[in-house]
Write a protein of this length. Structure first.
Length: 65
């Protein structure tokens, strides 16, 4: 089975910022690549990340840093 999180995910809500800030420069997003690396941007914040899939209770979750 492939990675179900692979691809670009649009940020539609954040606790501390409204949608106008999230989409200030580009539409806010997280992008997860096949090599467990990715990138993100919201507002004027952008960066790279690494992630892993982990078992959580009876399901799976994606953790990143």
């Amino acid at each position: 089975m492939g990675n179900p999180y692979f691809g670009t995910w649009r940020i539609i809500e954040m606790e501390q910022w409204d949608q106008n800030y999230i989409d200030l420069v580009v539409p806010g997003y997280f992008a997860f690549q096949e090599d467990n690396l990715g990138k993100f941007q919201f507002g004027t914040v952008h960066g790279n990340l690494d992630y892993r899939l982990e078992s959580y209770q009876e399901t799976e979750r994606l953790e990143f840093s």
